[in-house]
Design a protein around this ligand. Structure first.
Ligand code: CA2
Length: 147
């Protein structure tokens, strides 16, 4: 059984508690449940985490890289949140480990402020999904199950 790492970046612990017009009313716990169900449907194991710290995200990509090296990783599905737009360190971790990455955003970042239009991760991601709300997490798992 392969494992999907679903890694969430800063402030996503606030999901469902603020800005429902942009991010909806589901909480991160709801998202985790949705991911668990999608993984169960697709015969995948799930590692689901959230961090507010860039270095911790880097460490988790390295951990996923070790799983990848054993041939046991389906993919990393990452909503790097604000780090998407700032983090060369996370980009380097993805490049350095060679993990297959699906970059995910709840909102349509291209329809928002211009500083959200650039992603350090997109060029190294195998796929990018945005604007589908939290349903995107389930759809992302359905997609990577075919990788
Ligand atoms: O649309 C997304 O998923 C984002 O990755 C969310 C990030 C934002 O910086 C990206 O540009 C797009 C923000 C995550 C913060 O989430 C909150 C949720 C509820 C209330 C406040 C913040």
């Amino acid at each position: 059984m392969k494992t999907v790492y679903v890694l969430n970046g800063p402030n996503l612990n606030l999901l469902g508690m603020r800005e429902p017009a942009i991010y909806g009313s589901s909480t991160l716990a709801d998202v985790q449940k949705l991911c668990e169900e999608a993984c169960a449907r697709n015969g995948l194991a799930l590692v689901f985490r959230q961090t507010n710290h860039e270095g911790e995200m880097v460490d988790w990509v390295h951990e996923a890289g070790r799983v990848h090296a054993k041939g046991e990783l389906a993919a990393v599905v990452m909503n790097a949140a604000a780090y998407t737009h700032t983090s060369v360190a996370i980009l380097d971790a993805v490049k350095g480990t060679g993990v297959p990455l699906l970059e995910l955003h709840v909102s349509n970042v291209q329809a928002r402020e211009s500083f959200r239009h650039h992603s350090y991760l997109s060029a190294t991601a195998r796929a990018v999904m945005c604007g589908l709300g939290v349903a995107g997490y389930g759809l992302a798992i359905e997609a990577v199950a075919q990788w």
